[in-house]
Write a protein that binds this ligand. Structure first.
Ligand code: FAD
Length: 484
């Protein structure tokens, strides 16, 4: 039999369940990646994620050639709508089945349903496998048989149920046996970024190595620091976290490998590893929230929060633009937005701070911020991004209570005490004494003058006063207390 493995957000050759199953079941296996115009056409013409995927595809092609043992044994790469490309290719190759992984994002579900229908009409099968999370959809349920909506019991169930087999690598039989050469019409060079209609987006300037090799490098580096993760992870000026999120997003590393490594270290008593595993479990948690409660894509997880009246009109739009561009007058918020705009990454603590600032200081709809993050984050993932935004706006499952409102100045004093992060991204403030850096409008005029800072000119005055904004937010959120 001939099998076609359709790679999407799983751009690696190792520990790949769909590839593993295809190699076990089929005498001849082809692998395809589609640069999907349904997704790409909506993106700006320079996008780091497209560049990241392109680099991963080049590496994967090289790896598949090496594994297959023949020069024509690489990845088939198409550019077009996957809805039509996959059935057309399956027919051309005479594939009896397409092998791919579950993807629970609503647009992916719709795409996959369409492809499955087209394949069924051609009397071909579509086999899908779990890959993106350790537990998914409805594997972990409460005693009442419903999905978990609170993290801690979910995490406890996750830890109770996880066993070696679930974390084990999906070993493949010798690839060379089945990985087939690409038939002549498909034995083509991979299109360049320019041929795909994209300009380089500066990925090379970031410290984000690409492909499976890049992911392994980041993991090796992180494992040297993992013991400090629990204490270092909240300080954006410190190299605390793993920086693996973009690799997890595109599957250049397998979540099983990471969870297996963390789980083994936890068993040896590493506190840092336990804290990191906790974050990997949050990732699973939000995947199953999206799959089981897809209304979160448009609406609040908790319906009462849909009654909140967000600010609107010209002033709201001007505030939103200032937030996006890092001109709020609150240095930690602005430095964080610069990090996002310049690199496509933002530290987790700062994602919480800027999301709280947007919703609870500026009174703007969390969906505005969610959309901006979706456009800018290299690691943008619908489930985690939506979960993070709904956590910060308090509308989500197991969210921050609405009356818990981050103070952007004390967050700055606590998590960037030396102002190192702020100075890195806001050089116009760098010469201020550290105490003044967290709230420049309170600085002594002499200090401002000596540092060359003119508020309202070289750096903005605060858009809103936090204390007054806090009171407005408590009033705004009063609607959620309406009798249920
Ligand atoms: P590490 O600290 O090394 O964590 C390891 C991995 O665990 C991450 O790569 C990620 O896959 C997962 N993880 C960590 N924290 C979370 C979390 N809170 N929720 C879900 N998974 C988590 N993460 C994304 O991957 N994509 C997003 O689009 C995204 N949007 C967010 C939006 C907001 C408002 C907030 C508050 C958080 C968001 N996160 C998102 C979660 C988190 O901020 C990032 O995963 C993390 O900063 C990535 O850096 P890292 O890989 O160095 O993390």
């Amino acid at each position: 039999a001939v099998g076609l493995v359709w790679l999407r957000r799983d751009l690696r050759a190792q520990d790949h369940p769909a590839l593993h199953q295809a190699l076990r079941q089929c005498a001849q296996v082809h692998c395809v990646f589609v640069f999907d115009s349904d997704i790409l056409d909506a993106l700006p013409r320079a996008d780091r994620r497209v560049e990241f995927i392109h680099a991963a595809v080049l590496e994967l092609d090289e790896q598949l050639r090496a594994l297959s043992g023949h020069a024509a044994g690489g990845l088939i790469v198409r550019h077009g709508s996957a809805r039509t490309e996959i059935p057309v290719l399956a027919q051309a190759l005479g594939a009896e089945a397409v092998f791919t992984h579950h993807d629970d994002e609503p647009q992916a579900l719709a795409r996959d349903a369409e492809v499955r229908t087209a394949l069924t009409l051609q009397r071909r099968a579509m086999h899908t496998f779990q890959d993106h999370s350790i537990f998914e959809r409805q594997e972990l349920l409460t005693q009442g048989g419903t999905p978990y909506t609170v993290f801690t019991p979910y995490k406890n169930a996750w830890l109770r149920r996880v066993e070696a087999a679930r974390l084990a690598e999906q070993a493949v039989p010798p690839y060379a046996q089945a990985l087939a050469p690409r038939p002549a019409p498909y034995d083509q060079p991979i299109p360049s970024l320019a041929e795909l209609g994209f300009a380089p987006a500066g990925l090379a300037q970031l410290r984000l190595p690409t492909g499976s090799r890049g992911a392994q490098q980041l993991l090796d580096d992180f494992l040297l620091r993992i013991d400090h993760y629990a204490t270092a992870r909240d300080f954006p000026a410190i190299k605390g976290p793993s920086y693996l999120s973009t690799h997890l997003r595109f599957g250049t590393i397998s979540i099983r490998q990471l969870a297996r490594t963390a789980h083994a270290l936890v068993a040896q008593g590493h506190a840092g590893a336990a804290s990191w595993l906790n974050e990997l479990i949050w990732r699973d948690f939000y995947f199953q929230i999206l799959a089981n409660f897809p209304h979160v894509v448009q609406r609040s997880f908790k319906p009462a929060y849909d009654a909140i009246q967000w600010e609107s009109g010209e002033l709201a739009e001007a505030h939103f633009a200032a937030w996006c561009q890092g001109r709020t007058g609150y240095p930690l918020v602005d430095a964080a937005m610069q990090q996002l705009n310049q690199t496509g990454y933002m530290h987790n603590r700062l994602r919480m701070v800027v999301a709280s600032f947007l919703t609870k200081d500026l009174g703007l709809d969390w969906r505005w911020g969610e959309r901006y993050f979706a456009e800018k984050l290299n690691d943008f993932d619908l489930a985690a991004n939506n979960g993070g935004w709904q956590w910060a706006s308090s509308s989500g499952c197991d969210a921050q209570p609405y009356f818990r409102i981050f103070n952007p100045v004390s967050q700055s004093q606590k998590f960037d005490p030396d102002g190192k992060f702020i100075r890195r991204y806001l050089p116009q403030l760098a010469a201020l004494p550290t105490a003044a850096l967290h709230a420049p409008w309170l600085a002594r005029p002499l200090d401002l003058q000596a540092a060359g800072v003119v508020l309202g000119q070289t750096y903005p005055l605060p858009l809103v006063q936090h204390d007054a904004a806090r009171l407005r937010t408590l009033e705004r959120y009063a609607v959620v207390k309406a009798p249920s």
